[in-house]
Write a protein of this length. Structure first.
Length: 461
């Protein structure tokens, strides 16, 4: 008796992973984080070759980045609402249309492999014909359009407003695109939306507790790893790795702690704290610790640094990184880096700080290059849940600060409700009396870095 063996191809694995995003997320059953789901899938399929792993990664992240646009194409060709199309057909079509529009896969291969996948999934015959028909219709359209002026543009209904047309074209939720118009000039919106579709670059910061920028640059050159210094004037230790190396762990002396993976925006926030040796510093909401370890470096391991976070699991990552980077830590007052599991709102300490960093919990809308599913799942209601907590933590931070101390508020979001609005609410509160806004920076999402917001508040006597 013959037994059939399931062959996990990149296309099938991509379908299995992406099909979960067809349902509406909820608090009880949120969407999976794409990076974690992909990592688990890769670990569970060691038989995949490097090229197959690369294709799977492209299919998952690419389809998610263009999810809304691809859905609009499905609606256009089926002439029905997206939800009225069979869920499995929707997913297969999104993946196939992504390949046809944005990858170099041959058209006939995409169509044939998608139809074969539909058969394996036992999609009903009528829906299978629909799938085949949509893909062949798109291929015919693309063959004509490409000869004339490149990729066919998404057909848009005439009643759409300019911002709705922009949102649909760039696969951004319309309500969110409208919110972004409140903080970004109109001319900056298209570059912002286009940057959201790009893969996140690999940026590392040289750990100057163990090496120097010049020595590490020489080490990269010695290992034929190309790099650049886009931020040489401001943060020369941040290097953009331009060679494709796979895992960052393959970087020279990574295990020895000579380098740390950190987006420029994250490093910029710690830089704005301007800490000096022998100061007392508190990092509220510290995990997983990217900013904490940079603060430790700036202190030159002299003074006191307390890292507070409500998640013991995420603080374990800080401990691992501190060990690798040569930063001594402990739970007692005598430790240079004291790691404390506690709520930032309720954290108590008898020692007032010279500098407090509040990297508040947020929507993460500045990191959609790494987490494209966030752009699709976030709702206005969820956005509104963050500011009360952000304000409460900022107020608590102010109460732990010395006179004339620096209070740094930051998020990895570019939504105005989580940024300037929170700072303005703090300054208008009793806790904000005596504080002045020294500086404020909104870093948009660009090809080189994620999006961040940082405000520096200085206490006055």
């Amino acid at each position: 008796m013959k037994t059939s063996t399931k062959v996990n191809t990149p296309l099938l694995l991509a379908f299995e992973l992406l099909s979960g995003y067809e349902r509406k997320p909820s608090a009880e059953k949120p969407w999976a984080k794409a990076d974690e789901a992909l990592s688990q899938t890769l670990d569970a399929n060691p038989q995949l070759s490097p090229s197959q792993k690369g294709l799977l990664t492209h299919l998952v992240y690419g389809t998610l980045r263009y999810w809304l646009e691809l859905g609009s194409w499905v609606e256009h060709f089926t002439q029905k609402r997206l939800k009225d199309t069979h869920a499995s057909v929707r997913t297969v079509l999104r993946i196939a249309l992504y390949q046809l529009r944005y990858l170099s896969t041959k058209d006939y291969a995409v169509v044939n492999e998608s139809v074969e996948l539909g058969k394996k999934l036992r999609i009903p015959a009528g829906q299978l014909q629909l799938l085949n028909g949509v893909l062949r219709s798109y291929v015919r359209l693309q063959e004509v359009t490409t000869r004339e002026k490149g990729l066919p543009p998404l057909p848009l209904k005439s009643h759409l407003s300019p911002i709705e047309r922009l949102a649909k074209t760039h696969s951004i939720p319309a309500w969110l695109a409208n919110d972004f118009t409140k903080v970004f000039p109109e001319a900056d919106l298209i570059p912002l939306f286009e940057a959201c579709k790009l893969p996140a670059p690999l940026v590392v910061r040289v750990n100057q507790l163990k090496s120097t920028v010049a020595n590490y640059q020489a080490l990269l050159t010695e290992n034929n790893i190309a790099y650049s210094q886009p931020w040489e004037d401001l943060l020369p230790a941040c290097l953009l790795i331009e060679s494709k190396i796979g895992s960052p762990a393959k970087l020279p002396d990574f295990a020895k702690g000579s380098v740390y993976v950190q987006d420029f925006g994250s490093a910029f926030i710690a830089h704005q704290a301007q800490v000096k040796p022998h100061q007392t510093v508190i990092d509220l909401c510290a995990a997983p610790g990217s900013k904490t370890v940079f603060l430790a470096e700036q202190l030159q391991l002299q003074g006191s640094l307390t890292a507070v976070d409500i998640s013991a699991r995420r603080l374990d990552r800080l401990k691992e990184n501190a060990n690798r980077l040569g930063i001594p830590w402990g739970a007692g007052d005598e430790a240079f880096l004291q790691i404390v599991v506690a709520s930032a709102v309720d954290f108590e300490t008898p020692n007032r700080a010279d500098v407090i960093v509040v990297d508040a919990p947020c929507s993460g809308l500045g990191t959609v290059k790494r987490h494209p599913e966030r752009l699709l799942s976030i709702t206005p209601e969820q956005i509104s849940e963050y500011p009360p907590l952000q304000l409460a933590i900022l107020k608590r931070g102010s109460q732990l600060l010395k006179l004339n101390g620096r209070l740094v508020y930051s998020t990895c979001s570019i939504h105005p409700a989580e940024n300037r609005a929170v700072v303005e609410a703090f300054l208008a509160s009793p806790e904000g009396v005596g504080f002045q806004l020294e500086s404020e920076t909104l870093l948009p999402i660009t090809p080189l870095h994620d999006g961040f917001y940082v405000a520096v508040l200085v206490g006055q006597e």
